[in-house]
Design a protein around this ligand. Sequence first.
Ligand SMILES: Nc1ncnc2c1ncn2[C@@H]1O[C@H](COP(=O)(O)OP(=O)(O)OP(=O)(O)O)[C@@H](O)[C@H]1O
Length: 473
Amino acid sequence: MASQLLNVPHLAFFPKISPFNPPLFSTLKPSFFHSTSTSRALKTSSNSRIINLQAVAETSSEIESNSATDTAALTLRKICQGFVPEHILHRMEEIGFISPTDIQREALPTLFTGRDCILHAQTGSGKTLTYLLLIFSLINPQRSSVQAVIVVPTRELGMQVTKVARMLAAKSEIDVKGCTVMALLDGGTLRRHKSWLKAEPPAILVATVASLCHMLEKHIFRLDSVKVLVVDEVDFLFYSSKQVGSVRKLLTSFSSCDKRQTVFASASIPQHKHFVHDCIQQKWTKRDVVHVHVSAIMPMPLCLLHRFVMCEKTNKHQVLRALLESDAPESAIIFVGEQSEKSKKAGNDPSTTLLMEFLKTSYKGSLEILLLEGDMNFNSRAASLTEIRQGGGFLLVSTDIAARGIDLPETTHIFNFDLPQTVTDYLHRAGRAGRKPFSDRKCIVANLITAEERFVLQRYENELMFSCEELML
Ligand SMILES: Nc1ncnc2c1ncn2[C@@H]1O[C@H](COP(=O)(O)OP(=O)(O)OP(=O)(O)O)[C@@H](O)[C@H]1O
């Protein structure tokens, strides 16, 4: 193991809080929200709509948990017994899911009562298993209809969720028919899926928004028999993707919140009180939706140690190589910014290509160098992740496409070769490391910044409440 990683001094967390720069990540706002989170009635900047948050408080409720209570004896089996079929519980334990994570302990009892929930917990905290256990508690594999839909933002996340669902649903003697899980993802062969959906609908459908809406608009199937609708990375789908219109349609036109249980999940729900309000007002959820907020005062996992190296833009490749040599990560993701339209038009090579070329010629370590970016075709994207999952250490050069939801538990280091554009992006990129729920292993998030970018990183530190140590090379 790398000496750098083992010898990192224990960082005390002294968030830099100033009255002008409030540290509450929960008050982060998409640009169309007013910034004052404390007032009861707020005006949105875009349409002067008055929001009465009191109304939200009267209907929905919030479970806020910041510390792990003494529940050593509480197992996932105990929480799920009587709700989740025995053969799923057995599989769950075979895979190694024995003790509940905080979100599983806090949310599952509420989910089993049938209430809509917003699962709001740190990256790598086990939200996927939480909603999958709910789904397995509700579906009947003997029925030939789509009973649960999980909506995800990217094909990669869809493949990952499908894999976990299939692992849990693996055929058993009890469940003779087996529970079918279909991945309906952008870039797939929709023709084959159309016939499959019509002939033998799967019990669980994991889908990206565009592919799902295409099938619904073409009347290939309907959501009538859907008991649970999950939207994973919900804030991304609502605030950052171009598909927000389709997501809204999915929640209100193609199905009704009264007829299903709705679950939203993310590690970041900016302005969550407004979001809960919108859920109720827009009928995305029922009125008594529960916001389960775990580690509300600690948005990022404590096992992440954050550092920065100040350097010239022109010197970043060399600095990265020096960091790779000194830290010798077991596996790492190197995040690079998207190429701008202007740079594309000018015919420049994207930073990802330049970095790949540099690493291939000058990195002398043993890790496999792989690339993942949106412009690659779907097959190459799948090949990169498949190679990673086959084991062995990797250096994955990626744009933000790998920042959401991707679970590569062996990742010990994140390098922000380019600083992320937003504080939310920082949280999700950093959260690709430190993904072993009960491990106290420290992981490193290293930022390569220019002097002018220091204040941006400082802002991220304030808002996400972490402290970044300067590293001198
Ligand atoms: N109860 C458990 N015991 C052990 N490992 C678990 C448990 N629950 C989940 N995990 C593991 O924790 C890791 C992170 O889980 P998951 O991908 O669901 O995180 P997440 O909360 O969805 O994170 P993100 O917000 O980044 O998407 C996975 O490798 C998963 O297998």
